[in-house]
Design a protein around this ligand. Structure first.
Ligand code: SF4
Ligand code: SF4
Length: 385
């Protein structure tokens, strides 16, 4: 690959699993986490990049919890860093960033360091099969250090959304939508996620797993207390450990496969030094996807058109705000009294599900019984492990 950045395999990858029972006081866990960022931070420009998926209140468990952001900012500033906080929320509108940061509590938690990083995009040459140009936030390119703060969640398309996937938010507004359209299936999208990650892997990732999301994340899943913060300077190794914790088949998850093949981080669990206790979370529910299919991916591909997991609008919750329409890369949504989805146009990217702050778009299979069966098998397999 033409990129200069490659993980240094001379140094063993290290992942910290830190106990963090609640958001009430995270100063100890964050202090331990930031020890992984050695050196003098005075006058260093540090971009703190939470996962602000949309305008969700903290108790919804969708965005990074503001308590984590507040403490990271405070401790970085105490070490003399110039801190910027920002994320490109959702998938469509450039104006959504500030609204989402405000609703999530992160605008306030940033203590005046918040930046709307969508306002300062720069088009770069992008080494990807899906596009040769990409507009990314200038802060991503200009920061001396990036501290990424994803949330521990499942994802209906990529199975997990953690350290690597959080960097997809480097891309500004509609750029994410454009990539979704060009990399429309689960394998291609996994590769596109790594293409973006490779622009600038974060220097440190602190994963908010105090309250995680299982099932059909990243927006519509079920909250689950895990009580952990995961930390690493190797984002790929961190995601590999997260996959182990939830019982996901790491060797089949496209973004982990691609990142490992490109040597962007460690995917071999035996070569990852773990500080803390690595334990399987019993019965953690994963989304049904081609990756997770218990019947094998080839067969699943054949069946996919029939059992495909689809977005569905709950008319009772829909306010006809139009955010899903703006987010849809396939132009499959129209707004009448409620949102309506043309399933013939839908590419099952779930951007609408991410964009809807009213949880009015749910992810459903055409054959619900099959989906229920699959979900049960996946979680019971975890229980046995
Ligand atoms: S489904 Fe959600 S995002 Fe779409 S119009 Fe309805 S409330 Fe808005
Ligand atoms: S309607 Fe389909 S194509 Fe459009 S955003 Fe939703 S999942 Fe993606």
């Amino acid at each position: 690959m033409p990129y200069a950045i490659s993980y240094n395999f001379e140094m063993p990858a290290r992942v910290l699993i830190i106990d963090a029972p609640s958001y009430q006081d995270v100063s100890g866990p964050i202090s331990r986490a930031l020890q992984e960022l050695p050196g003098d931070l005075r006058a260093k420009k540090v971009l703190v990049k939470p996962n602000i998926l949309g305008a969700h209140a903290p108790e919804k468990g969708v965005d990074t919890h503001p308590a984590i952001v507040r403490e990271v900012v405070k401790q970085l500033q105490a070490r003399g860093a110039e801190v910027w906080v920002g994320d490109n929320s959702g998938i469509g509108g450039y104006g959504a960033n500030e609204r989402s940061a405000k609703a999530s509590g992160i605008l306030e938690a940033s203590g005046g360091c918040y930046r709307n990083i969508a306002l300062n995009g720069k088009e770069i040459n992008f080494k990807s099969r899906f596009s040769d140009k990409l507009v990314v936030s200038r802060e991503v390119l200009e920061a001396d250090l990036i501290v990424s703060l994803p949330r521990f969640k499942t994802h209906s398309l990529t199975v997990l959304t953690g350290a690597v996937k959080n960097t997809f938010g480097y891309a500004v507004g509609g750029e994410k939508s454009r990539l979704h359209l060009r990399a429309a299936n689960f394998a291609d999208f996994g590769e596109a996620v790594v293409d973006v990650f490779q622009i600038r892997p974060p220097d440190l990732t602190i994963l908010d797993g105090i309250i995680a999301m299982e099932g059909y994340g990243p927006n519509n899943g079920t909250l689950r207390k895990v009580g952990k913060i995961l930390v690493s300077s190797d984002a790929v190794a961190l995601d590999r450990v997260m996959a182990e914790m939830v019982g996901a088949p790491a060797e089949k998850i496209p973004f982990l496969k691609v990142a490992g093949a490109r040597k962007l981080g460690e995917t071999d669990l035996k070569r990852i030094e773990i500080e803390g206790k690595l334990e399987r979370i019993p019965g953690f529910k994963l989304p049904l996807s081609p990756v997770m299919a218990p019947i094998g991916q080839m067969f699943y591909r054949f069946l996919y058109p029939f059992i495909r997991v689809r977005p569905q609008v709950n008319g009772g919750l829909c306010t006809a705000c139009g955010d899903c329409k703006k987010a849809c890369p396939a132009g499959a949504i129209t707004i009448d009294k409620t949102a309506r989805i043309d399933l013939d146009k839908c590419i099952a990217c779930y951007c609408c599900n991410e964009a809807c702050t009213y949880q009015a778009i749910q992810i459903k299979s055409r054959v619900r019984n099959f989906l229920g069966f699959g979900q049960k098998m996946i979680s019971s397999r975890n229980k046995k492990a």
